[in-house]
Design a protein around this ligand. Structure first.
Ligand code: IMP
Ligand code: MG
Length: 176
């Protein structure tokens, strides 16, 4: 059985916060005083979104949707499940999707297809805390991301193993 002792530290809390600060400076410069909708992809992105949002200076609105792809395993199923994808009218809006990680890219593609099918945006961008490029199956890239990560199973700072470890302030990996 896997316990907390099996989690090897990878990215410290300080490193995460430093990158978020740098990202927020960039975003504040890009959007200036324009209204921005953040779409938080629950559950994994909750820590990233709330920490990032605290540093943003434009008028921000927050939306939350829930998608799932991993189930309780540790390999992406490739099938994305829209648990809750209710959104307000986003036509003509600046929208920034906030994800915890892009792995195969299926979740990102599903969400972008859904959004482009339903709205005509002023601007739509994709922001992910982590980018696991080596696992990509779909040709999709983040407009903004904080860390490149290798093919390891990660937990902490929103990322879970079977629902656990999301509350860790750092990101670690588990050798499975
Ligand atoms: P994708 O559809 O394969 O890109 O997977 C995206 C989703 O899978 C992410 O939003 C995460 O919720 C989950 N995921 C991907 N890699 C990891 C990991 O290393 N640990 C925990 N969850 C992960
Ligand atoms: Mg996620």
């Amino acid at each position: 059985m896997i316990t907390k002792n099996d989690i090897k530290p990878l990215i410290t809390s300080d490193e995460i916060q430093q990158k978020i600060l740098e990202l927020s400076t960039r975003l504040n410069d890009v959007y200036k005083n324009e209204e921005l909708y953040l779409i938080c992809v629950l559950k994994g992105s909750v820590m990233f979104m709330t920490d990032l949002a605290k540093h943003l200076t434009m008028p921000v609105k927050m939306e939350f949707i829930r998608l799932s792809s991993y189930g309780s395993g540790t390999a992406s199923s490739g099938k994305v499940n829209a648990v809750d994808i209710q959104l307000p009218d986003l036509n003509g809006k600046n929208v920034l999707i906030i994800e915890d990680i892009i792995d195969t890219g299926h979740t990102a593609k599903f969400l972008l297809d859904f959004l482009y099918h339903n709205f005509v945006f002023k601007d739509l961008k994709f922001c992910s805390l982590l980018d696991k490029k080596c696992k990509r199956q779909v040709d999709i890239n983040a407009d903004y991301y904080c860390f490149d990560v290798d093919d390891k199973f990660l937990v902490g700072y929103g990322l879970d193993l079977d629902g656990k470890y999301r509350n860790l302030p750092f990101i670690g990996y588990i050798e499975l």
